[in-house]
Write a protein that binds this ligand. Structure first.
Ligand code: ADP
Ligand code: MG
Length: 224
């Protein structure tokens, strides 16, 4: 694929990938292109970029099968370690969260909780649930993006870690809104997860606290 033939505009430079907005067969798309890292041996670098591109594309494609809003993948350009996916028009939750009233916050976070539970019960750990990786469209659909750290797992520990990381994000980026948002998120998560296995669901939630306690332990060790 020769990228020169596409009208592209760089919209984000991430740690691993550059994100371009552009057009692809008259569709508005995002090109997520993993860029070479000079500090890695060329051959290894190529292999890592190919592997991560394929893993992320596979995760996006598979996770979309369960009715959760995830951008559609149109093409995988392995040569350029690029995923071409649907451009989701909307606002990042991070940007608009402050402007929402409590009812909206509850509504959105319950929905996000249900969606994450659906992914978890089908063995998909997102790996990087943040308010920057959630896009709200004009019709208030909530899209989950960025499957770059996705893992396949059915382990309780991996699910709890996914939830715990989100809790940390909410505390650090949205301290004032944390309580309302995280409570609604967990409520939504439980409502979906307990349909499948109530016992496992309780264990996942309880384990969030266990992870926190471990975290605190490590931190107090660091202070010594
Ligand atoms: N499908 C998409 N539709 C609209 N915007 C997107 C899409 N994918 C990514 N973006 C934008 O690009 C940013 C970075 O993309 P992301 O996949 O999260 O990369 P990174 O791994 O660097 O965080 C997102 O925060 C979002 O603003
Ligand atoms: Mg991201």
């Amino acid at each position: 694929m020769n990228s020169d033939i596409y009208r592209e505009k760089l919209i984000h430079k991430g740690a691993e990938a550059n994100l371009y907005y552009g057009q692809w067969f008259n569709k508005k798309v995002i090109f997520k292109r993993r860029v070479p890292k000079r500090y890695r041996l060329e051959e290894l670098d190529k292999r890592i970029r190919t592997e991560r591109t394929l893993n992320e594309a596979r995760a996006l494609i598979r996770a979309k099968n369960y009715g959760v809003n995830i951008p559609q993948v149109y093409e995988i350009d392995v040569q350029n370690s690029t995923i071409v996916m649907k451009y989701i028009e909307g606002e990042k939750l991070k940007k608009i969260l402050r402007t929402l009233d409590n009812n909206k916050k509850e509504e959105y976070f319950k929905k996000i909780g249900r969606d994450i539970a659906i992914l978890h019960k089908n063995g998909h750990i997102h790996g990087d649930i943040t308010t920057s990786n959630l896009i709200i469209t004009q019709n208030e659909d909530i899209f989950i993006i960025d499957f770059g750290l996705h893992e396949n797992s059915d382990k309780i520990e991996d699910k709890s870690v996914d939830l715990h990381l989100f809790k940390r994000v909410l505390i650090s980026s949205h301290g004032k809104d944390y309580e309302v948002c995280f409570n609604a998120f967990i409520q939504g998560y439980i409502s979906e997860c307990e349909k499948e296995n109530k016992n496992e669901c309780n264990l996942i939630i309880k384990n969030i606290n266990a992870i926190e306690t471990r975290g605190r332990y490590v931190k107090s060790e660091d202070r010594l």
